[in-house]
Design a protein around this ligand. Structure first.
Ligand code: ADP
Ligand code: MG
Length: 253
């Protein structure tokens, strides 16, 4: 079953058309890498799917449930609040700049949503958070504050925070772009482990070697369109379009 189905998605900011006709599916357990030049609409696409931005047209289905519906006058609108909330709980988003709560400890950053949103028992939420921290190699940092951690550690906490809500699909928006190069590897390793566990993921990234290695499918976006989509062997291979090759050349030097 497709975990995410996006069809003819469009979005403008005033007169600027940022997403023009975006269609793609993500199957269960699939890892999709989204690449493309800056300003091509990658973040906006992720933000629309994660309900942080309002799409203008098209359809978005998460785990078979429609996020967008047509109203009586044929306009595309969001579905009812309860359904939107249910859908939101199925998706998690990891940001470039971590977006941790600075005034909360690492542990509380992770337990906050499970306790307040899912009404999870505090003890259980804590146990679960400690498990996730262990998985991220950060058990000893449970009572630290975000400002006391390196960027790579902060990003691992934010991945743990997203996982604490048990999302069906995890989205990453350039998860390593704010990190020093030597910290990038630790995040890519965590994402690779999640992929091996069968987590369904959509990753916007400029790490081309990583995309080639870990993705089942690669999407190349430019100017609000999906210009090319296919297996990594195709996009990173000889048969890719000239435009994709030209874009990739920048990363080979
Ligand atoms: N909130 C906003 N208001 C107006 N324009 C925006 C906003 N967010 C993004 N844009 C514009 O939309 C285009 C796509 O941006 P974005 O989705 O961030 O691209 P990418 O993530 O591929 O770099 C850019 O031209 C950007 O300036
Ligand atoms: Mg972006």
């Amino acid at each position: 079953m497709a975990m995410l189905e996006v069809n003819n998605l469009s979005k403008s900011f005033d007169k600027l058309e940022v997403l023009k006709d975006i269609s793609f599916n993500v199957e269960k357990g699939e890892v999709v890498a989204v690449i493309g030049p800056s300003g091509s609409g990658k973040s906006t696409m992720l933000r629309c799917v994660n309900q942080l931005e309002k799409a203008d047209g098209g359809t978005i289905k998460v785990c078979g449930t429609d996020m967008l519906v047509k109203n009586s006058s044929g306009k595309t609108v969001y579905t009812d609040t309860k359904t939107l909330r249910d859908i939101r709980l199925k998706t998690g988003l990891v940001f470039q700049n971590f977006n941790l709560f600075p005034h909360m400890s690492v542990l509380r950053n992770i337990t906050e949503a499970p306790v307040c949103v899912l009404k999870q028992d505090k003890k259980k939420a804590k146990e679960n958070a400690m498990e996730l921290l262990k998985k991220m190699g950060l058990e000893s940092k449970a009572s630290a504050y975000p400002c006391e951690l390196s960027g790579g550690q902060q990003q691992r906490v934010s991945i743990a925070r997203a996982l604490a809500l048990s999302p069906e699909i995890l989205f990453f928006d350039e998860p390593t772009s704010a990190l020093d190069p030597e910290l990038t590897g630790e995040i890519l390793k965590v994402i690779k482990e999640l992929a091996a566990e069968g987590m369904t993921m959509v990753i916007v990234t400029h790490e081309m070697a990583f995309a080639r290695d870990v993705a089942d499918k690669v999407i190349f976006m430019e100017n609000g369109y999906i210009v090319e989509m296919g297996a990594p062997e195709q996009l990173f291979g000889e048969d890719a379009s000239e435009r994709v090759k030209q874009f990739l050349q920048r990363f080979n030097s």
